[in-house]
Design a protein around this ligand. Structure first.
Ligand SMILES: Nc1ncnc2c1ncn2[C@@H]1O[C@H](COP(=O)(O)OP(=O)(O)OP(=O)(O)O)[C@@H](O)[C@H]1O
Length: 266
């Protein structure tokens, strides 16, 4: 297994010995994970293996039953980290369902975290910042005044991404960002993530079932299974990993199709 420990300073996220359980059901046991600064890590695993639970624990949205989590060098489980909101200030999250406020316009949605953390700024400056993020997410100016219900699924994802980028985070968490998009929309969204990662130096924690996303934009892939991280390595190494789920996933019909598409592009 190649989760060779990078220097602690190079790590954006460092998880050790994580345990998450719901009553009798143990979701994670002795789970270790390193995410390097500036990389896009794809987090994959069968349904119910605990990808979202892991993301929520790293974000401080749920209390694990054991282990340690460091985010950007800060002990994420400490009272100090919680009280200072340092992790919240440095992370942006795109949840699986987008989770926009339906009664607010896109610009108002993107302004919510700005108002919460930089409430002293004049309203027109907050609006300008929100519009900048909306453009960065690849939406036109006119999207700002629209309600989420007036947007297509792909545009809603972009609006949610604009909100995730509102505070200029160093770390971006994406939970199945291309789910529900058609292949062309999904590829365009992948391109956008890659472009933003390069331009802004973001570290991206990306939960996905989308093999095309893994092949096109991820630097490393972490596979969750048997309650832990089975392997965390570049894709070529993960593909060769001797585990039934990994072999089925990467060498089944969909995996072969994604590999063939990649080979054609290269
Ligand atoms: N709040 C909760 N209460 C009880 N059980 C939970 C809760 N949240 C998650 N679980 C359980 O934890 C397990 C992991 O859930 P999680 O949503 O993290 O899976 P996942 O890997 O993200 O799955 P998928 O790929 O289907 O989205 C599941 O069995 C789920 O039922």
């Amino acid at each position: 297994m190649s989760t060779e420990a990078a220097d602690a300073a190079e790590l954006a996220i460092r998880v050790r010995g994580l345990r998450n359980a719901f009553g009798e059901q143990v979701v994670h046991q002795d789970l270790d994970l390193d995410v390097r600064r500036g990389e896009i890590i794809g987090v994959v695993g069968g349904s119910g293996t605990g990808k979202s639970v892991l993301m929520r624990a790293v974000l401080g949205l749920r209390e694990p039953q054991g282990g340690s989590i460091e985010v950007l060098g800060v002990d994420a489980l400490s009272d100090r980290a919680r009280a200072s909101g340092v992790i919240e200030l440095n992370t942006g999250v795109l949840f699986q369902n987008g989770a926009l406020f339906s009664s607010l316009t896109v610009a108002e949605n993107v302004s919510v975290p700005l108002k919460e953390h930089y409430g002293a700024l004049p309203p027109d400056m907050i609006h300008d910042l929100a519009m900048l993020k909306i453009r960065m997410a690849g939406l036109g100016e006119d999207a700002g005044a629209k309600l989420p219900s007036q947007l297509s699924g792909g545009m809603r994802k972009r609006a949610a991404l604009a909100r995730a980028l509102a505070l200029d985070p160093a770390l971006l968490f994406l939970d199945e960002p291309t789910a529900g998009l058609d292949p062309i929309g999904a590829a365009a969204f992948d391109d956008l993530i890659k472009t933003l990662q390069k331009a802004l130096g973001l570290t991206v924690f990306l939960i996905t079932h989308d093999l095309d996303t893994l092949y096109t934009i991820c630097d490393r892939v972490a596979v969750i299974g048997d309650r832990r991280v089975l392997i965390n390595a570049p894709l070529a190494e993960v593909e060769r990993f001797d585990h039934p789920w990994v072999q089925d996933y990467f060498h089944g019909p969909r995996g072969r199709a994604a590999q063939a598409a990649r080979a054609k592009e290269a």
